[in-house]
Design a protein around this ligand. Structure first.
Ligand code: NGO
Length: 554
C-alpha cells in the first residue's frame, strides 16, 4: 500500500490526463478484487451525455439515441460482401482497432458464412444509386450494425465514424476489460468537398517514412483524403530521382539548422503511396519551382545562370533562389523530375510550387511556367500551383488548380476570381486561417506568426464559399491545411501544431455549412482530447475548449 500511496502522491504533480492513465493502470494491476477506494477525478467540463455525440467532422445527417446501445461481445463478427477483398481489409482495420482493447479481436467473415452472434456488416449491396462515391449510410440497432456504401472509400469513412462512436479508450492498446459499445441510431453522410487536405513540409526538416505514416493515420481518423508533400525547397531535396543522384546525396544531406536531412528512396516512396492509398488518401507531390530551389542549384550548377553552385542553405529566408529560365538544361531537369515522380505516384496531380519568386521578372516567371505546365501535362498530370500562378499573365491549362494561401487583398482576390472565370479550380489554404504553422497565440513557442496567430476558433469559424468574392462553391475543390516546418523538428512538435487544428479543417472540408457551429464544435472537440491522449498525441489544450479527460475505468 505504501507503494500505491507514493504513486498517488506523484499523480498530484501530473497533468490530469496523465494522472487518469496512471490511476487506471494502478487500478488495473493493484485494485482488482481489493477494497481500496481510490477517489477518481471527475472529468472537466460537460460530459458526453450533454451532447448527442462527439463526431468530427459532423455528419450530414445524424440521429443517435442517448440511451440505446449496441454492445460488442466475444461473438461479434464483422461481415463483408463475398469476394470484396478491399472490404475485407477495411473490416480487418476495424477488427484490429477493437481488438486493441477487448480481449477477443472480432472475426472478419464473408457474408453467408457468419455465425449467429451480433454483426457489424459492411456492404455495398443495396446501396442507394444516389449514394455518392465517398458517402455512407450507417444503421446501428441494439442487435446489429449495417454500414452501406457504394464504394470502398465510403465503407472506410463509415468505419471511421464507427471508430469515433466507440469509447475513446478503443485507441489505447493496453486498456483491456472494458465494455465496447456505441449508441443506436442512423447516420447518412457524404462530404461537401472533394479535396480535404493537409500538407507536410518535409524539406525544411525531414520527416522519415514512419513519421509520414503517422501523419497519414491522423488524417484518416478525420476523413481527410489529400496529402500534399512539399518535397523540395532551398534547404533540402527529399525524393530520389533516378539519373540525378546528387539531388539527394548532396541536396538532401542537410536541413534547417544544419541537421543531417534525409530523403525518400523510390522504394520508400512507393510504400508510402500504398499506405496512403489503403486509407483512401491521394498523395500530391510538390517540387517547388522556379524559386525555392537552392538545394537543386547546389547539386546541379548547370541550373544556375552563371554555372556556379551555391552553398547548401540551412537558414529560413525565402525568395532568393531561382532556376535559370533561359537555359534548356532547366527544362531537361524539370522533365526528368516530373517524369520520374509521375511514374511512381498514381494520383492525378503534380504541384509545381510557383510561390515567392522574387528574383525573376514577371515575364521570366511566365516563360518558365508556360513550359513547366506543359511538361506536367505531358506526363499525364494535372497542374497544381500556389496562387501566384493565377496572378500573372499566364494561360493556365484546363483543369489547373490554384492553391490560395496569401491573406486576401483586393488584387489577389481579383486575380484568383479571374483565373476561376477562365476555368481554373481553387483549393483554399488561407494562411491567416489554416496555416498549421502559425502560432496559436503569443505564448506558443513553436511556429511562426507572419500571418498572425491562428487560434482554434479562427481556424474553424469561417466559410470557404465566402473567402473570395466571385469564387463560388462550384470552383472550390476544397480546403487544405499546410504545415511548414521551419521551426518543427520532431513529431511531437508536429502534433502540437496539428491538434486540434486538423479536426477543424476536416469539418470545414466534409460537413455541410449548415451543420457547422463553433458552439457545438468546441464541445465535440472536448471529447477528442481523451482520444488523442489514448493515442499518445501531444496536443494544444486551448482554454477555449472544456477538455474531457481519458477515463480508463476498470
Ligand atoms: C509561405 C512560403 C513558405 C513558408 C511558409 C511559412 C508559401 C506558399 N510559401 O507559404 O516557403 O515556409 O509561408 O508559413
Amino acid at each position: 500500500m505504501d507503494a500505491m500511496r507514493n504513486r498517488l502522491r506523484q499523480i498530484g504533480h501530473l497533468p490530469l490526463s496523465a494522472a487518469a492513465l496512471l490511476l487506471a493502470s494502478l487500478c488495473l494491476s493493484a485494485c482488482a478484487g481489493s477494497e481500496t477506494v481510490v477517489e477518481r477525478a471527475e472529468p472537466a467540463g460537460p460530459s458526453t451525455m450533454d451532447i448527442q455525440h462527439s463526431l468530427i467532422p459532423i455528419p450530414a445527417s445524424v440521429d443517435l439515441s442517448t440511451t440505446g446501445r449496441f454492445t460488442l461481445t466475444d461473438a461479434t463478427q464483422i461481415v463483408v460482401d463475398g469476394g470484396d477483398a478491399e472490404a475485407g481489409r477495411i473490416g480487418r482495420f476495424l477488427a484490429e482497432l477493437i481488438g486493441n482493447t477487448v480481449e477477443t479481436t472480432p472475426a472478419v467473415v464473408e457474408s453467408g458464412s457468419e455465425g449467429a452472434g451480433p454483426h457489424i456488416r459492411l456492404t455495398q449491396e443495396g446501396a442507394d444509386a444516389g449514394l455518392g462515391d465517398e458517402a455512407y449510410d450507417l444503421v446501428i440497432a441494439s442487435d446489429g450494425v449495417t454500414l452501406t456504401a457504394s464504394s470502398d472509400a465510403g465503407l472506410f469513412y463509415g468505419v471511421q465514424t464507427i471508430r469515433q462512436l466507440l469509447p475513446p479508450y478503443v485507441e489505447y492498446g493496453a486498456a483491456y476489460l472494458h465494455p465496447m459499445w456505441m449508441p443506436v441510431g442512423h447516420i447518412a453522410d457524404a462530404p461537401r468537398f472533394e479535396w480535404r487536405g493537409a500538407m507536410l513540409d518535409v524539406a525544411r526538416h525531414f520527416f522519415p517514412p514512419g513519421d509520414v505514416k503517422q501523419f497519414i493515420d491522423f488524417m484518416a481518423l478525420y476523413k481527410l483524403n489529400r496529402l500534399h508533400l512539399h518535397l523540395s525547397d532551398d534547404q533540402g531535396w527529399r525524393i530520389e530521382i533516378p539519373g540525378r543522384p546528387r539531388l539527394t546525396s548532396h541536396g538532401g544531406s542537410i536541413q534547417v539548422g544544419g541537421g543531417p536531412g534525409g530523403y525518400f528512396s523510390t522504394a520508400e516512396w512507393t510504400d508510402l503511396v500504398s499506405y496512403a492509398q489503403e486509407r483512401f488518401i491521394t498523395i500530391v507531390p510538390e517540387i517547388d519551382m522556379p524559386g525555392h530551389t537552392n538545394a537543386a542549384l547546389a547539386s546541379y550548377p548547370e541550373l544556375t545562370c552563371d554555372g556556379q553552385a551555391p552553398e547548401l542553405f540551412t537558414g529560413t529566408e525565402v525568395g532568393f533562389s531561382f532556376l535559370c529560365v533561359e537555359k534548356e538544361e532547366t527544362y531537361e531537369f524539370v522533365d526528368d523530375v516530373v517524369r520520374e515522380i509521375a511514374a511512381i505516384t498514381p494520383g492525378p496531380y503534380f504541384h509545381l510550387g510557383g510561390d515567392e519568386v522574387h528574383e525573376l521578372t514577371e515575364e521570366q516567371y511566365v516563360q518558365f511556367m508556360e513550359r513547366a505546365q506543359e511538361i506536367v501535362a505531358s506526363h499525364g498530370k494535372r497542374v497544381v500551383g500556389w496562387d501566384e500562378i493565377a496572378e500573372v499573365d499566364l494561360d493556365l491549362l484546363p483543369g489547373s488548380i490554384a492553391q490560395v494561401w496569401r491573406p486576401q487583398t483586393d488584387a489577389t482576390a481579383e486575380a484568383v476570381a479571374d483565373a476561376v472565370a477562365s476555368g481554373a479550380s481553387v483549393v483554399l489554404s488561407p494562411a491567416d486561417r489554416i496555416y498549421l504553422d502559425m502560432k496559436y497565440d503569443s505564448s506558443t513557442v513553436l511556429g511562426l506568426a507572419w500571418a498572425g496567430y491562428n487560434d482554434v476558433r479562427d481556424a474553424y469559424d469561417w466559410e470557404p464559399s465566402e473567402l473570395i468574392p466571385g469564387v463560388s462553391e462550384e470552383a472550390i475543390l476544397g480546403v487544405e491545411a499546410p504545415l511548414w516546418t521551419e521551426s518543427l523538428e520532431k513529431m511531437s512538435d508536429v502534433e502540437y501544431m496539428v491538434f486540434p487544428q486538423l479536426a477543424g479543417v476536416a469539418e470545414l472540408g466534409w460537413s455541410p455549412a449548415a451543420a457547422r457551429s463553433w458552439d457545438t464544435y468546441r464541445l465535440r472537440l472536448a471529447a477528442h482530447g481523451p482520444r488523442w491522449t489514448a493515442l499518445g498525441i501531444n496536443f494544444y489544450r486551448t482554454p477555449d475548449v472544456p477538455w474531457q479527460e481519458l477515463e480508463l475505468g476498470r
